[in-house]
Design a protein around this ligand. Sequence first.
Ligand code: PMP
Ligand code: GLN
Length: 387
Amino acid sequence: MKRPLLNRRLGGLGTTIFAEMSARAVATGAVNLGQGFPDVDGPADIAEAAAEAVRTGKGNQYPPGPGIPELRTAVADHQQRFYGLAYDPDTEVLVTAGATEAIAAAMLALLEPGDEVIAFEPYYDSYAANIAMAGATRVPVTLKAPDFRPDLDRLRDAITGKTRLILLNSPHNPTGMVLTRAEARAIADLAMAHDLLVVTDEVYEHLVYDREHVPLATLDGMRERTVCVSSAGKTFSFTGWKVGWVTSTPALVSAVRTTKQFLTYVSGGPFQYAVARALALPGAYYQNLATDLRVKRDLLAGGLAEIGFEVYQPDGTYFITTDVAPLGERDGIEFCLNLPDKAGVVAIPSAVFYDDKEAGRTQVRFAFCKRAEVLQEALSRLAVLAR
Ligand code: PMP
Ligand code: GLN
């Protein structure tokens, strides 16, 4: 068989870095600060709500295609409560298998082969895959250390007659950059001037420290061209449940629903009931989540800096991007491949999130959504790297 089995659009994608590094952590017994998942589950009463839904036969059979009404209503209420955005639960909300499916369904629905999609790199790994699946072309605009602010002139220059949409992630994985209101407005103005759609990946919306999260859809003129994506994984510390959602106009939601139907059709029936409950948790829940993570951020950032990493303090997400050059390292991929044996810790080389590999060659990402004692243990292991 001469032809490669994997179609040529996806050639070179391989196994995700997260799967690879988590498998290494298990095989070597290393502390896993690689893949972003909390080591403590979310609220017990929300877990109990999922168990009760299973026991009482809620969602054990196919839930409705767009998601159960209780969850669509809870998503709409959440958008109203936190952002003052009104969405009709029946026509403007779609439940998906995590944000991952929402983004994939949006790309497959909204792109034609040959279209261009602009995204800030480093970008979350599924973006490149989804854009490729749609036969479209990704056009990266690089966020540069040390502050990873978006370069709006470069963004403007990247727009061509083929540009269909901007795929935007704020708070941003892996850099922790959070768009300011002025930056969000400037991006919105470009989208409006060039009649572009914007897909916003807001999965870290509640993981912001001393900053506000500004959904693009809240800006004048943007609601009708923005497909807003989020999910329960990070906000409620249940990353394995894979419950996500889309909010947008009826026409855009309907387009995304059309592709979503043929990806999973539906998923996570009982978990949808539990997430509906979770979204209604009081403000204190959301505040405590951010307060707790900020303490962990400061613990890990301080410790890494003391060891000799260059640390880029994140304003959001539960990731810290570092540079390992001050430790005498030249290549983050090599550094991360050796780290489990050398120090008993797993981290993610940010180079895999860049098209411009040089821009991220010595950047390494650490997750801090772990118990304080686990972060301490990782730091004491990493101390062997101090020069
Ligand atoms: N977008 C970003 C930026 C992410 O970091 C993640 C992952 N964890 C996702 C999307 C996927 O979210 P989900 O687990 O809800 O599919
Ligand atoms: N979003 C998580 C991270 O960036 C990983 C999710 C996944 O493994 N696909 O670490």
